[in-house]
Write a protein that binds this ligand. Structure first.
Ligand code: GLA
Length: 388
């Protein structure tokens, strides 16, 4: 269904460009019905990508249990591409990818995983590799012929372009490629994507790049948390990829990061070195009770329901079975008691059962509220199921 706000955005765009086809509805390409899960090379490896690395990471995703927990898309971010050939076809770095991208996609598929790639809507990527501008149809066909299942399109070197129009071009190019491909829009929330991206892509960044630091993670939480109303199956706000396991935050901070991304129905794209992950990183990323919250079929993004500003917060996400996933977040530097009242989290009953999703323990039945001591820079995450 198209809202009045969406319709007016597109009416405006229709006046701006005779080449754009104003879409009449939300994107319905059949993929990403739950938030995409996978792994992406950027956060840990930057430009240091190669065929060997991607194969080893795919192997580790398959053998570590990550694949079976739902991490499916293995995505090479920037720096795989170096040029275009005489016909304009995009060319991979032959020193780093000696067998080409199709052979690598085949390998990833042979591990029971899906394969993703990165490009940029402008003339060049953020690392100054060839961009997709004026090659949209050609690139989409090339990617489809390689067996690509996921494309992230960035927004560097795009001066003078209009984001909804450029991204719609690539959406249409992917649709004509004949292959179902998840479309990840990455313009950092700079053109109010929450107003138009649900009609164009399956996920869209709402923030600047995450850094492996507590304040950066919280800044992305705060920004992404403002756009909950537009998220739904097939169309997700993206507060950027996970930093869990990269070393810049404490274990408690990483548990909070993962909890909050699940509460926000965020894409869960791991960004660490899977080959060498610690047992704690594994315990966090493979927490099936938290993953189930993120992947819940109702497809609602949770919201901030209470705060003692600026440091204590309660976030709540409605789930398909009528229960609520609740994160009690302590952003302060000292431990604090936090209360989640049933009415605040959205339950209309007098009592509920509580299960702690990190302790994997039932906390029994509570009356009007659940009170818990939360360490500094940490979150307690529970599921509250109403009793009638
Ligand atoms: C931008 C994106 C990042 C990453 C880099 C690659 O900064 O937001 O996620 O893709 O480009 O250069």
């Amino acid at each position: 269904m198209i809202t009045i706000r969406e319709a007016s955005t597109w009416a405006l765009l229709g006046l701006m460009s005779v080449h754009s086809t104003p879409p009449t509805a939300r994107l319905d390409n059949g993929v990403a019905r739950t938030p995409p899960m996978g792994w992406n090379s950027w956060n840990h490896f930057g430009c240091n990508v190669s065929e060997q690395l991607i194969k080893e990471e795919a192997d580790a995703i398959a053998t570590s249990g990550m694949r079976d927990a739902g991490y499916r898309y293995v995505v090479i971010d920037d720096c795989w591409q170096v040029a275009r050939d005489a016909k304009g076809v995009i060319v991979a770095d032959s020193a780093r990818f000696p067998h080409g991208i199709k052979a690598l996609a085949d390998y990833v598929h042979s591990k029971g995983l899906a394969f993703g790639i990165y490009t940029d809507a402008g003339t060049k990527t953020c690392q100054r590799r060839p961009g997709t501008l004026a090659h949209e149809d050609q690139d989409a066909l090339t990617y489809a012929s390689w067996g690509v299942d996921y494309v992230k399109e960035d927004w560097c070197n795009a001066a003078g372009l209009t984001a909804p129009i450029q991204y719609a071009k690539f959406r249409d190019a992917l649709a004509h490629s004949g292959r179902p491909i998840v479309f990840s829009i990455c313009e950092w929330g700079s053109n109010q994507p929450w107003d138009w991206a649900p009609m164009v892509g399956n996920l869209w960044r709402t923030t600047d790049d995450i850094e492996d630091k507590w304040p950066s993670m919280l800044a992305n939480l705060d920004q992404n948390g403002q756009h909950a109303s537009v998220a739904r199956p097939g169309a997700w706000n993206d507060p950027d990829m996970l930093e869990v396991g990269n070393g810049g935050m404490t274990d408690d901070e990483y548990r909070a990061h993962f909890s909050l991304w699940a509460i926000m129905a965020a894409p869960l794209m791991a960004g660490h070195d899977v080959r060498t992950m610690s047992s704690v990183t594994k315990e966090i990323l493979l927490n099936r009770e938290v993953i189930a919250v993120d992947q819940d079929s109702l497809g609602k993004q949770g919201i901030l329901v209470w705060e003692s500003a600026p440091e204590l917060q309660v976030w709540s996400k409605p789930l398909a079975d009528g229960s609520r996933a609740v994160a009690l977040l302590n952003r302060s530097t000292s431990p604090a008691k936090i209360t989640a009242s049933l009415s605040r989290v959205g339950l209309r009953t007098d009592s509920a059962t509580v299960r702690d999703l990190w302790a994997h323990a039932d906390r029994g039945r509570v009356g009007r509220q659940y009170v818990v001591e939360v360490p500094s820079h940490a979150a307690v995450m529970v599921r509250m199921t109403p009793l009638h």
